[in-house]
Design a protein around this ligand. Structure first.
Ligand code: SF4
Length: 350
């Protein structure tokens, strides 16, 4: 079946064979609460014969999303308390998020900003608010890095992106511009010469952090899109959310990290899933996450190792939550566990 435009409703999901027609009503209820979009590229990655397909699980709505747990929060990583002006999140001293748009080409079912993105979300920053956001960056000399996120900043037209980035070019203390995006995977054709040129318009060191969670997302088209960015001088890093039923298996995670490195994308973050509303079916325990992160050591090259991190609810920032390989025995002696799980004294006893 050829899908030539994004799927956005329960009716379209049923028409594309992604849900059973009998589920249409239940899925409609989810779609009226949380935005739905599946691009043709993503629809093409889904194996309709697999009821547990890891790509479908990330994008096809599930009635479970309407079941909330007491620990879940509308703003799970606490953007609100660190937003001095609309569109800016200033959580760490030397960097800010600039959220120019709250639209995405796809809507991930586990999204940590699911209450803010989508057609009923916060939309695009109006001109006056964008001015205030840029003025905030210009007025704070400690801001070394600006991270364009949202939403997905790469849904903006090249012209619009260029306008924003040329304004950052004029701010001398900003040295690095980073974009967080899913576009190279979910809409690879969008990464063309115009967009690539626009991304570099700040004249700063330019990084693109690609969000992908399963090795099948790194299709030939996605790898080619990434290559266009990298060949243009943009550095790419990855971010992956650890998700039950998607990538909670050592071999899947290893294949994904290898795929990034083969594509010249340095694995950067492996996120513990956030406490976003209605996402309990994706969450695993910290212990399970630590075991998966540890499984990468030894199994794959040092180049393939992301940092396993958790955003502390309330806006307290990221913390590395990998299991500790070293423990103190007192008196300057330590026990270190190798990648096979064997303990060793440090310094060695003999
Ligand atoms: S692309 Fe990012 S912001 Fe958009 S729905 Fe997915 S996780 Fe949320």
């Amino acid at each position: 079946m050829t899908i030539d435009r994004p799927i956005r409703t329960a009716r379209e999901l049923a028409g594309a064979g992604l849900i059973d027609a009998k589920a249409e009503e239940a899925i409609s209820r989810v779609a009226s609460r949380y935005a739905v979009a599946i691009t043709p590229a993503v629809a093409g990655l889904i194996d309709r014969d697999d009821p547990n397909d890891p790509i479908a699980r990330q994008f096809v709505p599930d009635p479970t999303e309407l079941t909330l747990s007491p620990e879940e929060r509308v703003d799970p990583i606490g953007d609100g308390p660190h937003s001095p002006v609309t569109g800016i999140v200033h959580r760490y001293p030397d960097r800010v998020l600039l959220k120019a748009v709250h639209v995405c080409p796809v809507y991930c079912r586990f999204c940590f900003r699911r209450e803010m993105v989508g057609p009923q979300g916060l939309g695009t920053l109006p001109a006056a608010e964008l001015d205030a956001a840029i003025n905030y960056i210009a007025g704070h000399r400690q801001i070394w890095e600006v991270i364009l996120t949202g939403g997905d900043p790469l849904v903006l037209s090249p012209r619009r992106l260029q306008e924003i980035l040329e304004r950052l070019r004029a701010i001398e203390h900003v040295k690095v511009v980073r974009f967080h995006t899913r576009v190279p995977v979910v809409e690879p054709e969008r990464i063309d010469a115009d967009l690539t040129a626009a991304l570099k318009a700040s004249g700063k060191a330019t990084y693109v952090a690609l969000h992908a969670n399963h090795p099948r997302e790194l299709s030939a088209a996605a790898r080619a899109a990434a290559a266009r960015l990298i060949d243009a001088g943009i550095v790419m890093v990855s971010q992956t959310v650890l998700l039950k039923g998607v990538n909670d298996h050592p071999e899947v995670l290893a294949d994904l990290m290898r795929g990034f490195v083969e594509t010249r994308i340095k694995p950067y973050y492996l996120h513990h899933p956030d406490l976003a509303p209605g996402t309990g079916h994706f969450r695993l325990s910290i212990e399970e996450g630590q075991a998966l992160a540890a499984s990468l050591r030894g199994r794959v090259s040092g180049l393939c190792q992301p940092a396993y991190v958790l955003d502390i609810p309330g806006g307290h920032g990221k913390a590395v939550v990998s299991a500790n390989a070293i423990s103190s025995e007192g008196g300057g002696s330590y026990t270190i566990t190798d990648f096979r799980g064997n303990p060793h004294s440090y310094p060695p006893k003999e």
